[in-house]
Design a protein around this ligand. Structure first.
Ligand code: ATP
Ligand code: MG
Length: 398
């Protein structure tokens, strides 16, 4: 790294400024931009251009943990390192939960620059605002059993067949079945990734992805429903941002409904694929789902509508669908007896019966997403909790 690393130092109550100074000063690889305590204009202090924030503290205190939390939320793209005068044993978990990238115990000298360089380099390997990023497609269906998993797996495999580097995420945290649908053994799952914790660099993510024979890499859902609660929404956001810089497309299969994880996924996505079926209950929910996306401020241009089992003879025509749902479906997927068989065999129909009408429909769906990369979203504004959609939705629900 040729330019020195620019460091903003913020000091918690009772911290020893000199101890922090002597760890940082005198190294030509480091440039301290400024020191501040927790003042009224602390957020303005954090606005200054810098590569990393150091939180100096005597040891664990609520104030120090709060500083870490605020510094992380203020600029989620900038790493935060804690410098503690006492071994941070009890503090480590709190610091990392608050989003710190690393913890250094003072006095320290050699490892300081190494640690700061490491966290800055890691972050640069993650999402870089403005850098071209892969599509992230959230496959949604407000009603259960509409074919979300079928569509997510076949879409991923259809894209991989075009030499795209595809990651498929199973966000059905309690009853995810992508591992089953692709006959993959859950050696490593999202639960293990959550336990490993941040930073979610490419190497760590890659270690937790299971490779399917089609080339699709899968982040498998936790294998036990009681492990679902280990999935942190903040971590998910980091994982999506990082995945979008390491592949060409991220496809996310979701559980029915707008759970907090699904809302966070919609917020992080570049496109939504809404799945409906040819029955009046499903169509009513599809309409509600589309309206909810609209309430979330999601652009209708980035939403595609897929009608599954589109040829079922149940007295509703595709024209009726347009009238009920308010838009014409983009892709129609026929019912096919081969589909349950392909699911049972763990081989998506787009690969096993590539001449079937269903396979053609999945390739037509892939056409919609095989378009050029989208820009990574810019850093969140200071006051945002990172989920405009959550706020919009909660606001309306109340
Ligand atoms: N077009 C189709 N033709 C034949 N069978 C289908 C079709 N679409 C879905 N199925 C079958 O319906 C069942 C439900 O599909 P799938 O698991 O993809 O739905 P889902 O929306 O993911 O369900 P959940 O909400 O429970 O996650 C599966 O057994 C699948 O094989
Ligand atoms: Mg499913």
């Amino acid at each position: 790294m040729s330019d020195p690393i620019r460091v903003l130092v913020t000091l918690a109550e009772h911290s020893d400024r000199q101890a922090v100074e002597s760890a940082l000063e005198g190294d030509p690889g480091l440039e301290v931009v400024g020191y501040a305590e927790y003042l009224d204009d602390w957020l303005a202090f954090l606005e200054q251009a810098a590569d990393v924030v150091v939180v100096g503290c005597a040891g664990y205190s609520d104030g120090a943990a709060h500083m870490v939390d605020r510094a992380v939320k203020h600029r989620p793209d900038r790493p935060v390192v804690v410098m503690s005068e006492t071994p941070a044993n009890g503090f480590l978990r709190v610091a990392f939960e608050a989003g710190a990238d690393d913890v250094i115990t003072l006095p320290a000298k050699e490892e300081v620059r190494f640690t700061l360089e490491k966290v800055v380099t890691r972050r640069r390997g993650l999402a870089v605002p403005g850098k071209a990023a892969a599509q992230l497609v959230a496959v949604l269906g407000p009603k259960g059993g509409t074919g979300k998993t079928l569509i997510a797996t076949n879409l991923a495999v259809a894209l991989a067949a075009r030499d795209a580097n595809v990651v498929l995420v199973d966000l059905d945290l309690q009853f995810g079945d992508i591992g089953l649908a692709l006959a993959l053994s859950p050696e490593r799952t999202m639960y293990d990734l959550m336990k490993a914790g941040p930073p979610f660099d490419h190497e760590k993510l890659d270690r937790h992805l299971i490779r399917h024979s089609s080339g699709v890499k899968v982040l498998i859902a936790p294998t036990r429903p009681d492990h679902a609660s280990a999935v942190s929404i903040d971590y998910l956001r980091d994982i999506y941002a990082s995945l979008r810089t390491m592949c060409d497309a991220v496809i996310v299969d979701t559980p029915p409904g707008f759970t907090p994880e699904v809302i966070a996924t919609i917020d992080a996505s570049s496109a939504v694929c809404m799945v409906g079926m040819l029955d009046s209950l499903s169509l009513k929910n599809t309409k509600l789902g589309l309206e909810t996306l609209d309430l979330m401020g999601y652009s209708a241009d980035n939403v595609s509508l897929v009608l599954n089992r589109a040829d079922s003879r149940v007295g509703i025509t595709p024209d009726d669908v347009s009238a009920i749902v308010g838009r014409v479906p983009d892709v129609f997927i026929p019912s096919d007896r081969e589909i349950p068989r392909s699911v049972n065999e763990g081989t998506p129909i787009v690969a096993s019966k590539d001449r079937s009408d269903a396979a053609k429909a999945f390739r037509a769906l892939a056409d919609l997403y095989a378009k050029p990369a989208m820009p990574t979203p810019a850093p969140l504004p200071a006051s945002s909790n990172g989920s405009s959609g959550v706020k919009a939705l909660i606001g309306r629900r109340r």
